[in-house]
Write a protein that binds this ligand. Structure first.
Ligand code: ATP
Ligand code: LTN
Length: 336
């Protein structure tokens, strides 16, 4: 029997290179070794305000982005969270074994509460429990995510163990899968903070649906560090190190290779517009623009009807698995 990977993305904001390099790219790399279950986590998205019409469009957009990234809809289960009611049902049951203090420690909650002071709702607080339900319903072995999600996967493991101990051995204990490079792509305008769809400035991120020309401009405008060496040194050269990681992952060249390629070239290739890191940035801008061109060509090849079919088929497959687990849970708790 194949091992299972489960992951999800919220249909909110514009999916960016950080999401792709930190999460989606790994899903694609793992998809032949694992049974894949990929969810569009719309119930998570509504924990912050969403415009209903845009939310509806974004749900299809995310599913389409999964396919454009290279997820095979023939083998992977791709589905919309809110179409499978077992997710909220299990979340409710898990709520009863989750301590408030555990949720109060979640840094994403603290960050989002700070960002959305006018709407600190119960769903935002309970977000990690719904995420635990997502993962545990599918006997998941591995959860490939960016490093901002580590704490949530840890909580999932705690809740699974607690349930198994308190009631019966129902849940498999999942492992996070966080790659060494790319798990935290930083903002182009501020390398001290992660690239984020909810960032204040569009210069923070390259959206997967940005025009290639826009991406070129954003890279040329990305902040750099003092000095002129192209050197991987996250502590002293956070901006260049971030650009090196992006370059490395997009071009499938190691950071070492790139350092060697650009070593000593910075000052010699200085240009009035791009500054001392000019050539490096211009090359990266080309790599990123080419990546987006290919990606978007694939994205545009799927029509909405096809995506709707994928989501409907995914719902049926997901529901069959999730209902089995929920049955075991209800039996263990004494509800059935
Ligand atoms: P926000 O930016 O609003 O906090 P988000 O992009 O973190 O949203 P999701 O869309 O749910 O939220 O994230 C999808 C996946 O992308 C998750 O696995 C997350 O860990 C990963 N991810 C998000 N930002 C980055 C980043 N800057 N670098 C690497 N991975 C990231
Ligand atoms: N919390 C995640 C999205 C998410 C998820 C999941 C990821 C919801 N449920 C289950 C992995 C597994 C985020 O904000 N990126």
């Amino acid at each position: 029997m194949n091992k299972v990977i489960f992951s999800g993305v919220q249909p909110s904001g514009n999916l960016h290179l950080g999401n792709y390099l930190g999460a989606l790219k790994n899903w694609v790399a793992l998809q032949n070794e694992y049974q894949c279950v990929f969810c569009v986590v719309d119930y998570h998205a509504i924990t912050v305000k969403q415009e209903p019409k845009i939310l509806r469009e974004k749900i299809l957009e995310i599913a389409k982005l999964y396919l454009a990234a290279g997820i095979n809809p023939e083998t992977a289960v791709i589905f919309q969270q809110s179409r499978v009611s077992a997710h909220t049902e299990l979340a409710w049951i898990l709520n009863t074994i989750t301590k408030i203090a555990e949720l109060e420690r979640m840094t994403q909650f603290k960050d989002k509460a700070r960002e959305h002071k006018e709407n600190i709702n119960l769903g935002l607080f309970d977000y990690p429990v719904l995420m635990a339900a997502d993962i545990l319903l599918y006997d998941t072995d591995l959860v490939p995510v960016g490093d901002d999600q580590t704490q949530h996967v840890e909580l999932t493991r705690v809740l699974a163990r607690r349930f198994n101990q308190q009631f019966a051995e129902v849940f498999k204990i999942p492992e996070p899968y966080i790659q060494k490079q790319g798990a935290r792509i930083m903002g182009l305008d501020n390398p001290a903070k992660k690239m984020s769809k909810s960032a204040g400035s569009e210069l923070n991120y390259i959206a997967l649906l940005d025009k290639p020309e826009t991406a070129r401009k954003k890279i040329m405008k990305a902040v750099t560090d003092s000095g002129s060496d192209i050197k991987f040194d996250p502590k002293n050269k956070p901006a260049i190190s971030n650009l090196l990681i992006i370059y490395s992952l997009l071009a499938e060249a190691s950071v070492k290779e790139l350092e060697a390629r650009y070593n000593g070239r910075g000052p010699a290739y200085a240009s009035a517009t791009a500054g001392k890191y000019g050539e490096f940035k211009r090359d990266l801008a080309e790599v990123a623009a080419k990546f987006l061109e290919d990606f978007q060509q694939k994205y545009n090849s799927f029509d909405d009807k096809f995506i709707e079919d994928v989501l409907e088929k995914g719902k049926i497959r997901a529901e069959a698995i999730a209902e089995e687990t929920l049955k075991k849970v209800k039996k263990a708790v004494g509800l059935a």
